[in-house]
Design a binder for this molecule. Structure first.
Ligand SMILES: *Cc1c(COP(=O)(O)O)cnc(C)c1O
Length: 453
């Protein structure tokens, strides 16, 4: 039996006001005593608490910030049973792919679709099934690294498909593919990969999916970002200019891709998921592969994805948090920024309201930015802002700390103001920073985009 020195327990009890389970408080107390510094127990426990998952305020201006969970998502699910794999009509076992996946297919104009855990899993499964161990032809300009250890040559190797590289880093032509296919009669497919997180400029050439589709083998297109339709029918008005050039699911399939793969939590704005969409026979073959079982998503993810897809089918982009923040008007952002700056000025120095540039992030639309509005304060205040509750994640712009309003949920304007008030120079006779947020805080200009949640 583990007999603890009583002092560990006694020290842990002094921490019981912290919202951590007893075993973690005991760990902090024990570590502090072992380090010969019992007084550090509280700060150790607080550090341990900060390591847990928390909601944070994304003021970075990166809409799909990989470190902040990419697309923001509001989804709540009651404890209870769901018809996850039950066909309610027949009473027999159904498929967990019949809900969200069917909606993805409907919204993207695909014959069928399959939902997996993440985009990397979708690529791996699609290649494994379509190639079946036979060679796959891919352009040297598309042997990319997406980040987080996802490299196209390695995924090809893992899928068991020998890779036949064609073209050069900057230029690949249709003839390059045709020659490789003529030399490799058993080649199974052409793989087209969207170089999501960089841009090659200058003397470049690549082959559109429409031309690859005439080569006589299936084209698998790894789109990555999951822009559902280049026409963005879920938005009012024309597609935003920063989307230009981003390949879209519907148009890539219409151009002749046999399968496309993409993530659920990039431009689709849903939960972390990977999607394979396209030809029904190939999707069925993917669904029947043992890897599909290993990569299958849970009911929470499928329910959140279903809600996202229903919003697309209703053409209700405002209901999708990513599109709401991506399309907020500059006037709205300016109004909110001024309001936050005024609130901060009640405690100390007023932050400046500046024009700035947000980016989509998450390995989408590289090189393109979205005009935005930010609040700047002098010096590097990022660490102090991270200590706010909830933590505020800002970025540096030159010598100043910038909080970009585009990525901040309007509901968090109050806490952003409070966090900034605590880091700007105090001014005599003003409010204490923690009194800055008004009880009646309601951001102005909170148009339809702010409601409807
Ligand atoms: C993001 C991305 C992936 C990986 O998707 P995850 O959902 O992050 O696993 C694969 N391919 C491309 C082109 C991507 O942009």
């Amino acid at each position: 039996m583990d007999v603890r020195p009583p002092s560990v327990d006694a020290l842990a009890r002094t921490l019981s006001d912290l919202e951590l389970p007893q075993p973690l408080l005991v760990d902090a107390a024990r570590d502090a005593i072992a380090a010969g510094d019992p007084g550090s127990a509280r700060s150790r426990a607080e550090r341990r608490a900060r390591m847990l998952l928390h909601p944070v305020v994304n003021a970075t201006g990166v809409l799909l910030h990989t470190n902040l969970g990419r697309a923001p998502l509001a989804h709540h699910q009651e404890a209870g049973a769901w018809n996850l794999e039950l066909d309610l009509e027949s009473g027999r076992r159904g498929s967990r792919q019949h809900h969200a996946a069917a909606l993805v297919a409907r919204a993207a104009g695909a014959e069928d679709a399959l939902v997996l855990n993440n985009g990397a899993g979708a690529v791996l499964l699609a290649l494994t099934v379509v190639a079946g161990g036979r060679p796959v032809v891919v352009s040297r300009g598309e042997l990319v690294e997406i980040g987080g250890g996802f490299r196209v040559p390695e995924v090809c190797a893992l899928s068991g498909a020998p890779m036949i590289e064609v073209g050069t880093t900057n230029r690949t032509r249709r003839d390059d593919y045709a020659a490789a296919l003529a030399d490799t009669p058993d080649a199974a497919a052409v793989l087209k990969v969207h170089p999501s997180n960089f841009r090659v400029e200058g003397f470049t050439a690549s082959v559109p999916v429409g031309e690859l589709a005439t080569l006589g083998v299936p084209v698998v297109a790894d789109l990555g970002s999951g822009l559902l339709d280049a026409g963005t029918p879920w938005l009012e008005g024309p597609p935003p200019p920063w989307l230009s050039g981003e390949p879209a699911v519907r148009q890539t399939l219409a151009a002749g891709a046999a399968l496309v793969t993409f993530s659920g939590d990039k431009l689709l704005g849903g939960p972390q998921a990977g999607i394979i969409a396209g030809r029904a026979d190939l999707v069925a073959a993917c669904a029947g592969h043992p890897l599909a079982r290993a990569l299958r998503p849970g009911g929470l993810v499928l329910a959140a994805l279903q809600a996202t897809l229903l919003a697309y089918l209703r053409r209700d982009g405002v209901a999708i948090p990513f599109w709401r923040m991506a399309t907020a008007s500059l006037d709205d952002l300016r109004c909110r920024a001024a309001r936050v700056a005024d609130a901060v000025a009640a405690a100390g120095e007023r932050p400046d309201v500046v024009d700035c540039e947000a980016v989509a992030g998450g390995g989408t639309v590289p090189g393109l930015s979205i005009p935005s509005i930010g609040l700047v304060v002098h010096g590097d205040r990022r660490a102090a802002l991270r200590l706010a509750d909830p933590p505020v994640i800002a970025r540096m712009e030159g010598e100043r700390t910038l909080c970009d309003l585009r990525t901040v949920d309007p509901a968090h304007d109050g806490v952003l103001g409070q966090a900034l008030a605590a880091v700007v120079p105090r001014q005599e006779g003003r409010l204490a920073p923690e009194r800055v947020a008004h009880a009646d805080w309601e951001a102005p200009g909170r148009s339809a985009a702010g409601e409807g949640r």
